[in-house]
Design a protein around this ligand. Structure first.
Ligand code: RRO
Length: 286
């Protein structure tokens, strides 16, 4: 079966009132931490800017080396290195395109405090609430705890007036897709991003770990995770009535179109953006 969706990536789309000129975004964490990074995204052909996930205050992140890649995969344990939410909020005045601020509070109540402090921003278009950072030692990925996810979203939507989506980790079991979808369907979310890296992978090179933090364990991205990204987008696009931002192992136009076929409205480029820089958006569109 074939249908003509070749031009989809260039087709504008409106997500909860926010207009995107095409379907390409960076994945949070990739070329989006410093002001220089954000400037490069601003000047690129991407449809919008997604910031590095941020916390209340600046974080140095984990020890180096904390990123490594091969043709097939990447592994990172960045440890939420970021400038603090005020930097990303204030930088948004420079945006020439939709601005998606990613939030990933670590401590109890941190997500709520950041979101409360963002309520008056007029230049942040969307929030991507990251429920799936795999690299904070001793802190579980929120979205693998269904009750904690429900509780957090309930508290957020008691006051939240922002347009807000969530970023999920990969799920591997039908029951988990259904359980998470039942929770997400209770709230007025603008979108869902699926998937974050596959947590706690281990990569050796010549029997040595390739990253330093957490005994070498880190989040896996790149081509090897594409089948899981696709299945998660496919499942959630059937179970939810909101746009899905597909992410995981997109290297080229064909990969991006596979995500559109699976049900994504937008696609986010991670590892390949780190490798190629922002020219990847031109390469994919052309
Ligand atoms: O900063 C990180 O270590 C990190 C984050 Br917040 C995330 O959501 N996903 C990832 O692979 N790394």
């Amino acid at each position: 079966m074939s249908f003509n969706f070749e031009s989809t990536l260039e087709t504008p789309i409106t997500i909860d009132g926010v207009e995107f000129k095409n379907r390409l975004l960076n994945a949070s964490g990739c070329v989006c931490t410093s002001g220089e990074d954000l400037n490069m995204l601003n000047l690129s052909s991407s449809a919008g800017i997604v910031t590095k996930s941020c916390t209340l205050k600046y974080r140095e992140g984990n020890n180096m080396p904390r990123y490594y890649d091969t043709d097939a995969l990447s592994i990172n344990s960045t440890g939420l290195a970021n400038m603090g939410y005020e930097f990303y909020r204030d930088w948004s005045v420079n945006k020439k395109k939709p601005y998606i601020l990613s939030v990933a509070g670590v401590e109890n109540g941190e997500n709520l405090e950041i979101l409360r402090n963002l309520q008056n921003s007029t230049t942040v278009d969307l929030i991507e609430l990251n429920l799936s950072c795999p690299n904070i030692i001793g802190k579980p990925q929120i979205a693998y705890d269904f009750d904690a996810t429900d509780e957090l979203l309930r508290k957020v939507f008691e006051f939240n007036n922002l347009k807000l989506g969530v970023k999920l980790p990969p799920y591997f079991d039908t029951m988990h897709f259904n359980q998470m979808a039942d929770i997400l369907n209770k709230y007025k979310l603008s979108f869902v991003t699926s998937i974050n890296s596959l947590g706690n992978g281990l990569v050796y090179d010549s029997f040595n770990t390739v990253i330093a933090p957490n005994e070498g364990l880190g989040g896996i991205g790149g081509s090897v995770i594409k089948p899981f990204g696709l299945s998660n987008v496919y499942r959630f696009s059937k179970l939810l009535k909101i746009p899905i931002f597909g992410c995981g192992g997109i290297k080229n136009k064909n990969d991006a179109l596979e995500y559109i076929k699976a049900g994504a409205s937008m696609v986010e480029i991670g590892t390949q953006l780190v490798k190629d820089g922002t020219s990847i958006f031109d390469t994919i569109i052309n």
